[in-house]
Design a protein around this ligand. Structure first.
Ligand SMILES: Cc1cc2nc3c(=O)[nH]c(=O)nc-3n(C[C@H](O)[C@H](O)[C@H](O)COP(=O)(O)OP(=O)(O)OC[C@H]3O[C@@H](n4cnc5c(N)ncnc54)[C@H](O)[C@@H]3O)c2cc1C
Length: 325
């Protein structure tokens, strides 16, 4: 490991000051420390933000507000979360392991790095780790990689399960930095790789996530998160879907749908949502919506199976949401 300094922020001002001077935030450390051990990331200065009062989970003006330092396990088990937005709880429980979920923070989860093996393989070409070096995954092993939003420069799939659920629910992220506070959709936190895959998110240097805010949605109680992967635990999604349905007299009045494991960022399926509205809540509608979801897929030779897997996962998740509605 490279030498680095570690300081503890006692106040948000301390943390932001250190970050403005180039320090990296560390919360649970379950992503960052791994990457430092593997020499993929080499920050020389870390600021531990765990002492900051950012672990709250509560209702603020009808909005579910989750502090950035709330632990994944605490959020998944919180009665407000399981009652109001079960798909958030499901997306968290489906991720990582109990030990990791006890350590890992919500803010860190949203900013975890991709799981492309070449990103962590220092002698492989990776435009994300080493801009301009190329993309070994495009020619190499890419079974788990993206079929939506990829470019010739990067095809790594976005890894966070929670982010998929939050994008489906129109959640926002509140951040603070040297220029004050701002709030924007979680969806807008993530960039497409294009020809700059090393730029993954839209935070300004030194900005800290302080809170996630999930607006009220009465029929979010129908929400389901379904994750398909190579093994049942301790594994990232090949394909996942977060769905919620509002059904009146057998007809869909509202739909939310986002998918994971398939996109270079969490992928909201707005065209399918629009199509579903006004159609009956049955298998043939769900099949039609799934066909819309796969229409723009552009797989690589090694991950063509994901197109059919996405189609089936969307249908099943909509069926599960329909059963709850
Ligand atoms: C074996 C394994 C399996 C896993 N499986 C899954 C899975 O199936 N699904 C899934 O979603 N995740 C999975 N994960 C990822 C895990 O959820 C993340 O490692 C964890 O959520 C990161 O949170 P953290 O607090 O430990 O982040 P840290 O490692 O502390 O930080 C991660 C990054 O976020 C930055 N950061 C942290 N907090 C803030 C903040 N408040 N503001 C701004 N920047 C911040 C850090 O600087 C760093 O760049 C897995 C991890 C491992 C090791």
């Amino acid at each position: 490991m490279m030498p680095f300094t570690l300081e503890t922020a006692r106040s948000e001002a301390d943390a932001l000051r250190a970050a403005a001077q180039g320090a990296r935030f560390i919360a649970g450390g379950t992503t960052l420390v791994d990457l430092m051990r593997e020499h993929v990331e080499q920050p020389v200065r870390l600021v531990d933000i765990n002492a900051l009062p950012l672990s709250q989970i509560g209702i603020d003006a009808d909005v579910l507000a989750i502090g950035a330092l709330a632990r994944m396990a605490d959020v998944a088990a919180h009665p407000l979360v399981t009652r109001l937005h079960p798909l958030i709880a499901e997306s968290i429980v489906e991720g990582a392991t109990p030990q990791l979920r006890n350590m890992a923070s919500i803010g860190g989860n949203l900013l975890q790095r991709v799981r492309c093996p070449y990103f962590r393989m220092l002698d492989a070409a990776c435009n994300k780790r080493d801009p301009g070096s190329g993309c070994a995954a495009n020619e190499g092993r890419h079974g788990g990689h993206a079929i939506l939003g990829r470019s010739e420069h990067c095809c790594a799939a976005h890894p966070s399960d929670l982010a998929v659920a939050l994008v489906a629910l129109d959640a926002t992220v509140r951040v603070r930095g040297a220029h004050g506070e701002r709030e924007f959709p979680v969806e807008a936190l993530y960039r497409l790789p294009g020809d700059t895959p090393h730029l993954e998110h839209t935070l300004e240097p030194g900005e800290m996530i302080v809170e996630i805010r999930v607006p009220p949605l009465p029929w979010s109680t129908t929400g389901r998160y379904l994750k398909v992967r190579d093994r049942e635990s301790y594994e990232f999604a090949l394909v996942s879907a977060a769905a919620a349905l509002q059904v009146r007299d057998g007809v869909i009045a509202g739909a939310r749908l986002a998918c994971g494991g398939v996109g270079t960022r969490p992928w909201r399926m707005r065209a399918a949502e629009t199509w579903l509205r006004g159609h009956p809540a049955n298998r043939s509608s769900f099949e039609a919506a799934a066909a819309i979801c796969i229409a723009d897929a552009s797989p690589l030779p090694g991950n063509r199976f994901k197109v059919e897997l996405l189609r089936r996962t969307v249908i099943r998740t909509l069926e599960l949401a329909g059963e709850r509605s």
